[in-house]
Design a protein around this ligand. Sequence first.
Ligand code: HEC
Ligand code: HEC
Ligand code: HEC
Ligand code: HEC
Ligand code: HEC
Length: 451
Amino acid sequence: MKRKKLLLTLFTACMLIASNVFITSCAKEGPAGKDGINGTNGTNGTNGANGADGADGTASCIECHSPAGIELAATQYELSKHSYGEAAFEEAGSTTCGPCHLSEAFKYVCANNTPSTFTLNTTTNKYVNDYFVAPTAAYGEITCGTCHSSIHTTYSTGDLALTTVAPVSMSMWGGAKTINAAADGGRSNLCIKCHQPRPFTASAGNGNVLDYVGIAANPTAVFYDPTSTTNLLKPAYRTHTHYGTAGAVFAGMGGVEFAGANSYLNSRHTIDASCQDCHMATMSGAAGGHSFKAKGNFNGCNAEGCHTGVSSSSTDYWTTPRAAVKAKLEELASLLQVNGVEILNRNPDAEANLWVSNTSNKYDGYLNIYDPINNPDFAANNPTGTFQNPSPSNSWTQDQKDFNLTLPKITLTNAQMGGIINFQLCLRDYSLGIHNYKYTMALLQNSIAVQ
Ligand code: HEC
Ligand code: HEC
Ligand code: HEC
Ligand code: HEC
Ligand code: HEC
């Protein structure tokens, strides 16, 4: 939707004429032009007089540094997880996590157009993910300058321009697919550059991205067999699609698209809406604006002639579609079993499980595999996991290793692996279908049908 530019410069005339030297020339009375012989110089003289009219060196500062400008944005920003989240500290120094978690690293991948390809290292015969940054750029909390990287370069409101609106070459496909969310000048692409899933790789194979098309085409084929030596990956508690799935679901990409009764269509949001329409709407409570939160704020739904009267009690646009997606998530989870044991993990701890309210059984999208190690970075792993861990760690005690061997082994078909990936993708977009109802339902229903 077309959204009117919020900040129109009040001092355009002064800025246009004297943009290079405005701090001095707008502040003082402009020098009178020399008398011109041919008239051109005479025009310059007029410019000087306009400079005098500007007469305020702080004008451009005030356009941003006002209570309604950056001060308001900064107040709202305190409510944003970009600001209060701790991942930027935890991932500091990481050249591979950095592009999405660290300010300098994000600006680095934008400025250098870092490719999201995978390249074969012919020495190790393993593929390497090319989407990483130099160690010198692997730091920085996400802040104003992450998204507005030109602040204080010309001291004009143009400096608020977004760091990137370019189409996003997707990391999860090794660059083979690109998302271009073109609504509103492509501003969703800024968000999607970070809010895209990380690649699922053949970590026990050649390290390349998993072939989702191949998985979808052969649902009955074996994906993981504990007795095989050619498995592409060994399932573990944290075998998962990394959190930023909203961008891919919104764009209608990123799932294992099993053939089935449901076509992979997109809702109108994909074409007509931008992330900002819903996540930066007029504030309501703690959501909207630079809090980037959509939760409990329906101002975006009802703006710009999109919907009218949508609220948390609306059936057609809120409760019914969300309940339908929740029911499909639960149905798929209940079907993902090996010998009567559920593959997906349940975790009722609302602090550790970010998706605790999205299903009745409180799935967290991880797998129900034994992992006794308490990693301080991840609170607890999975000491109550039911399946045997195919990759016991050297750091386990002998008792833990012995206990692991008493547990049943997990096996996976392509239908199950694809079902797990699609479950994680749809659970972890948080919105229960609001981002892209048609695509979400098609993924879940076709996944259910192949189990
Ligand atoms: C394009 C909008 C914009 C304009 C124009 C602008 N600023 Fe800023 N300025 C910002 C933002 C954004 C911040 C960071 C605010 C924050 O972190 O809360 C900032 C921060 C600052 C700071 C705090 C130190 C820092 O760098 O974080 C100072 C001082 C400052 N600006 C001075 C000025 C002066 C003087 C002018 C005019 C010559 C000016 N600014 C014009 C957007 C602007
Ligand atoms: C530089 C990468 C980056 C960009 C750009 C970015 N985000 Fe984020 N976003 C993150 C990360 C990383 C987190 C999680 C931070 C943490 O937990 O410490 C996050 C968190 C969030 C959350 C909170 C999620 C939760 O679990 O509560 C929302 C909502 C969000 N972003 C929306 C947006 C929107 C909308 C945009 C575009 C206007 C955007 N983000 C742009 C990286 C980014
Ligand atoms: C392609 C972008 C991308 C990469 C690369 C990436 N992340 Fe993330 N990560 C995100 C986004 C986006 C979120 C927040 C998603 C949300 O809340 O919807 C996130 C969330 C997280 C969280 C959860 C924070 C919380 O809110 O509790 C952790 C922990 C995390 N990432 C760790 C890592 C680590 C470790 C790496 C590197 C091995 C990494 N990430 C690489 C995009 C990325
Ligand atoms: C995650 C990305 C992101 C971060 C971080 C961010 N902004 Fe923004 N900001 C945006 C987007 C997107 C817009 C809307 C731009 C558009 O529609 O063209 C915007 C717009 C603005 C505007 C224009 C008026 C408005 O509110 O829409 C101001 C002023 C502003 N930002 C200041 C800030 C300040 C100050 C900070 C830090 C406290 C900040 N921004 C942090 C993404 C971000
Ligand atoms: C049509 C409105 C709409 C659009 C467009 C939209 N979102 Fe959302 N988003 C939502 C709703 C609604 C939720 C769930 C809020 C809740 O939990 O009640 C949500 C949840 C999220 C969350 C989880 C954190 C939270 O606030 O609960 C993230 C992260 C997110 N969206 C990112 C994005 C990104 C990135 C885009 C653009 C690619 C986007 N969204 C586009 C409506 C939207």
